[in-house]
Ligand binder design. Structure first.
Ligand code: FES
Ligand SMILES: [Fe+2]
Length: 424
C-alpha cells in the first residue's frame, strides 16, 4: 500500500492534515468528507490508534454474553488479545489475554489447524471455571487475573507469584454494552450517556438478550467507511430500492443530544407503525410492548465512536462492533438483540432466520459499496464530496474523528472553516 505520509509521528501527521480538517468539522451544510488519505494511509491509522482507539471507549460485546461467574469470551481488539469475563463477584472484567511469562495468548487454540498461527486467535467463549491455564508452560490465572500457579518456578529466586497478574482494562457497562478503555485518564462514559439512556428507555436495551454475533474478519475497507455507510440515510431509497421503502430517506430526523462528545444519534421515521425491514414491511417478531405509539414508527441509529453502532427497530435492536486491523482492513461482530421473552416463542429461531435474510441482502449491497469506496481512496481522483441533508449524522461522525486528529497536537491553530475553504 502506498503511503503519502511516511512516518507515524502523530503531531507530524496531524500537522499535515490540519489545513484540510476544518471542512470536516464545519457541519453538513458547508462541510466536506474526510480527506481520502484518512481511509488508506497507515501513518494516519497509527495516529488513530494513539488518539482514538487507545483513548476512547471501545465496545467489546454485551454483558448477557457472559451471564455466570467464570463465563468468558475472547477477541482481538486493535491487535490486543482480550478476555471478557464475569467474575465471582458478578462484575464484568476485561483483561489482557497475554500470559505474563513468555506471552502466549491464553485463549489460543494450542492444538489448532495447520496455518492458524498466521492469524489472530479466533474468538472463543465458554466457562473457564476458576480461571485460565496457559497452554505453553501451564501458568494459571484466577478470575481476577492474579497468577495462581506456575510449575517449577519455585527455584527462581526473583520470581514473586503475588506480584504477577494479567493487566486489566478500565471497563464500563452502558445498557448492557461492555466498553473498555486503554487510557486510565479518559473521562468516564457513565453520566455522559444519560441522555441516550432516556432516548432508548422504552427499548429496555439492558434487559435484551443477544443472539450469537456473526464475526466477519478482514473486510477490505477502512473502519470509518463502514460506520459512515451504516449511518447514511441518503442511499437507502436508491442503493437498496425497493427493500428499504418502509424507512425512506425523507424520514431522517436529526437529533441534538448532549453526550459530552461520547456518542452521536439520529432518528428515522418509518412509513407506518410497527414497521420492519422485512419483505412485508412488518415485523416477524412481536412489537416491543413498552414502546409508545410514536416509537412504534421510529428507528434510531446510535453511534458510540469509534466502534459501536446500534439501530433500534420496533421489534428488536441490531448492533455492530467495528474493529479495525489496519487502515484498509476491518473486522466486524454484529447481531440482533431482542426482549428475553421472545426466545420462548415456539418458532423463534425460524422467525429470526427469515427476518435476517433481507438484512443480509441489504448488508451485501452495503459491503459492495464499502469495498468500492475503499478502492476509490487510492485514486488520484478520490473525492471529498459535499454532504446531503440526509447525511447530517455522517458529517457529525467525520467531525468527531477530525477533532481527534486535531487533538493529536497542541500546536495546531484553531481552524476556521471559512478561511480554509473546501480544502479539496
Ligand atoms: S508463556 Fe504462558 S506459561 Fe509460559
Ligand atoms: Fe445501506
Amino acid at each position: 500500500m502506498t503511503s503519502e505520509t511516511s512516518n507515524g509521528d502523530a503531531p507530524a501527521v496531524a500537522g499535515m492534515l490540519s489545513e484540510k480538517l476544518g471542512t470536516s468539522i464545519a457541519g453538513w451544510e458547508t462541510g466536506r468528507g474526510l480527506p481520502p488519505e484518512c481511509y488508506r494511509d497507515e501513518a494516519i491509522f497509527e495516529l488513530e490508534r494513539r488518539e482514538i482507539f487507545f483513548r476512547e471507549w471501545l465496545c467489546v460485546g454485551r454483558a448477557d454474553q457472559v451471564p455466570l461467574p467464570g463465563d468468558y469470551m475472547s477477541l482481538t481488539l486493535i491487535g490486543e488479545p482480550l478476555i471478557v469475563l464475569r467474575g465471582e463477584d458478578e462484575s464484568i472484567r476485561v483483561m489482557s489475554a497475554i500470559c505474563r511469562h513468555r506471552g502466549m495468548v491464553l485463549t489460543e487454540p494450542w492444538d489448532g489447524e495447520w496455518g492458524e498461527w498466521f492469524d489472530d486467535p479466533p474468538d472463543s467463549k465458554g466457562n473457564c471455571g476458576r480461571g485460565f491455564r496457559c497452554p505453553y508452560h501451564f501458568w494459571t490465572y484466577g478470575l481476577d487475573g492474579r497468577l495462581l500457579g506456575a510449575p517449577e518456578m519455585n527455584r527462581t529466586p526473583s520470581f514473586q507469584r503475588d506480584e504477577i497478574s494479567l493487566p486489566r482494562l478500565r471497563t464500563e457497562v452502558w445498557e448492557g454494552f461492555i466498553f473498555v478503555n486503554f487510557d486510565d485518564d479518559a473521562a468516564p462514559l457513565a453520566g455522559r450517556m444519560d441522555s441516550l439512556s432516556d432516548l432508548t428507555r422504552d427499548w429496555q436495551l439492558s434487559r435484551m438478550v443477544t443472539e450469537e454475533p456473526a464475526v466477519l474478519r478482514k473486510l477490505p475497507w477502512n473502519w470509518k467507511i463502514m460506520q459512515e455507510n451504516s449511518m447514511d440515510v441518503y442511499h437507502v431509497d436508491r442503493l437498496h430500492f425497493p427493500r428499504h421503502a418502509v424507512l425512506p430517506g425523507a424520514g431522517y430526523l436529526p437529533l441534538t443530544i448532549d453526550t459530552g462528545d461520547a456518542a452521536i444519534a439520529a432518528g428515522h421515521r418509518a412509513t407506518h407503525k410497527d414497521f420492519a425491514l422485512s419483505p412485508i414491511g412488518k415485523p416477524l417478531l412481536p412489537v416491543i410492548e413498552s414502546l409508545t405509539d410514536d416509537e412504534r414508527s421510529l428507528s434510531y441509529v446510535i453511534c458510540v465512536p469509534p466502534t459501536l453502532l446500534i439501530i433500534l427497530n420496533s421489534d428488536s435492536a441490531f448492533y455492530r462492533l467495528v474493529h479495525p486491523r489496519n487502515a484498509g482492513m476491518t473486522d466486524i461482530r454484529q447481531t440482533l438483540m431482542v426482549p428475553n421473552q421472545y426466545r420462548s416463542l415456539p418458532n423463534y429461531k425460524d422467525l429470526v432466520q427469515v427476518g435476517s435474510a433481507m438484512h443480509l441482502r441489504l448488508n451485501h449491497q452495503d459491503y459492495m459499496v464499502d469495498g468500492s469506496l475503499q478502492r476509490a481512496t487510492h485514486s488520484r481522483f478520490a473525492p471529498r464530496g459535499p454532504y446531503g441533508w440526509q447525511e447530517e449524522i455522517v458529517a457529525q461522525f467525520d467531525s468527531w474523528v477530525a477533532r481527534r486528529y486535531q487533538r493529536a497536537t497542541t500546536s495546531l491553530p484553531d481552524v476556521d472553516p471559512a478561511v480554509v475553504g473546501t480544502g479539496v
